[in-house]
Design a protein around this ligand. Structure first.
Ligand code: 5GP
Ligand code: MN
Length: 375
């Protein structure tokens, strides 16, 4: 049901392409991101599809869920009679369960026997918030081996080539939700309230509530459009960030008090978490979200590293966060088989926690000139 339209000029069932500035009637000027041929291809792919599967990366975050759920709702409205499913590689954090449509998401690794046929029946797969099939783990294998056209909607650097018929990849944008919003606006489409909620959630979570990756003025033009759809941005903030369990609050206290290793001369902080500690503290997967940002609040810290034992694989997950120009993505690619953005990246280390810490220290030594050079 259509609650609130960003524009009243085009009926939702017949999205019309435009490559001019968007919504001048609201005084909003947001440049186009799709070429005319992109739009034609998008329309062709969508109209030819009867079974659409939308995927996201493993360890879904607010942007992954926001973009997949908003797109799912939009497609269901625009393609009545078709089936559209969101398939996530694994479980998403509890603090995102309130998101409209989240409980309908199919979880691949938990229910592979049931969900694999859904993937195999797809005649279009839309991959959101990841530029590489490998970021979906086993779901990525299923998608790779299934022959059907794919669309990539993403904002990560260096998208994998040759895996999508249409690649809409914009690393300069804050989030995949922003990419999606701009695509929908360019198609002249309206948004429901719930779609606006999902999109705002992804933009907010991928920018740390607009504290990083959010300096382009257009972002705030887009937010004003979402607010006009009736979203309650303060409630969304509380839904995402004010949902700690007592165990999670104590976990943060424990990590900051007992586990924070500060390499003062290098301007680096390292946090580590083992699965034994997880069990002892009674924390869930999503409870570790955000802890990596906290050491950046210490004066002088330029890089924060969070190492945690994976709960499903014998490896150590790495999260990197930085301020200013320190390139987390390069360090992640050089040392941790990963990637990401300049100020937020991740990867993995196949080894013990001690080996992981040693590797981080080695990487820090290599990057010392950059870490010291930013004083
Ligand atoms: P997080 O630290 O929240 O797990 O990840 C932060 C960002 O780093 C993600 O948004 C993603 O861009 C990137 N990232 C995390 N893990 C990986 C990985 O294993 N490979 C790549 N290429 N990027 C990753
Ligand atoms: Mn994202």
């Amino acid at each position: 049901m259509e609650n609130s339209h960003l524009t009243s000029t085009n009926p939702p069932s017949a999205p019309q392409a435009t490559t001019s500035s968007l919504l001048p009637e609201r005084g909003v000027v947001v440049g186009p991101i799709l070429s005319a041929s992109d739009i034609a291809l998008w329309n062709d792919l969508i109209s030819a599809a009867g079974n659409i599967v939308i995927t996201c990366h493993r360890g879904p975050d607010g942007d992954a869920l926001g973009s997949t759920l908003a797109l799912c709702s939009w497609l269901r409205r625009h393609k009545p009679g078709s089936t559209v499913h969101v398939v996530a590689p694994n479980i998403f954090p509890d603090f995102l369960r309130w998101m409209p449509g989240a409980t309908d998401i199919l979880i691949y690794d938990k229910h592979e026997a049931d969900v694999r046929p859904v993937v195999d029946a797809a005649d279009l797969i839309i991959m959101c918030d990841h530029g590489e099939l490998s970021r979906m783990w086993t779901l990525g294998d299923a998608v790779r081996s299934h022959e059907c056209p794919r669309i990539m909607l993403d904002h990560h650097l260096d998208p994998e080539q040759g895996i999508a018929a249409l690649t809409i990849s914009h690393p300069e944008l804050s989030s995949t939700c922003e990419v999606l919003l701009r695509v929908l606006l360019q198609l002249g489409s309206g948004l429901t309230h719930d779609e606006a909620v999902c999109i705002y959630t992804g933009m907010m979570t991928d920018t740390g509530a607009f504290t990083y990756a959010s300096t382009r003025p257009e972002i705030y033009q887009l937010i004003s459009l979402l607010l006009a759809c009736g979203i309650d941005k303060d409630k969304i903030y509380r839904n995402v960030f004010f949902t700690y369990s007592p165990a999670r609050m104590r976990f943060m206290g424990y990590m900051l008090y007992a586990k924070l290793d500060i390499m003062k001369k290098s301007h680096v902080a390292i946090l580590t978490l083992t699965n034994a500690e997880r069990r002892r503290l009674g924390i869930l997967n999503g409870d570790t979200e955000g802890i990596v940002n906290m050491p950046l609040q210490i004066m002088g810290i330029k890089l924060s590293v969070f190492l945690r034992e994976d709960t499903e694989q014998p490896c150590i997950r790495v999260s990197l966060r930085s301020v200013d120009d320190f390139p987390c993505n390069t360090m992640a690619a050089d040392y941790f088989s990963g990637g990401g953005h300049k100020n937020a990246a991740g990867g993995e280390i196949w080894g013990t926690m001690d080996e992981a810490v040693a590797l981080v220290r080695k990487a820090v030594q290599k990057y010392l000139p950059l870490l010291k050079g930013q004083e």
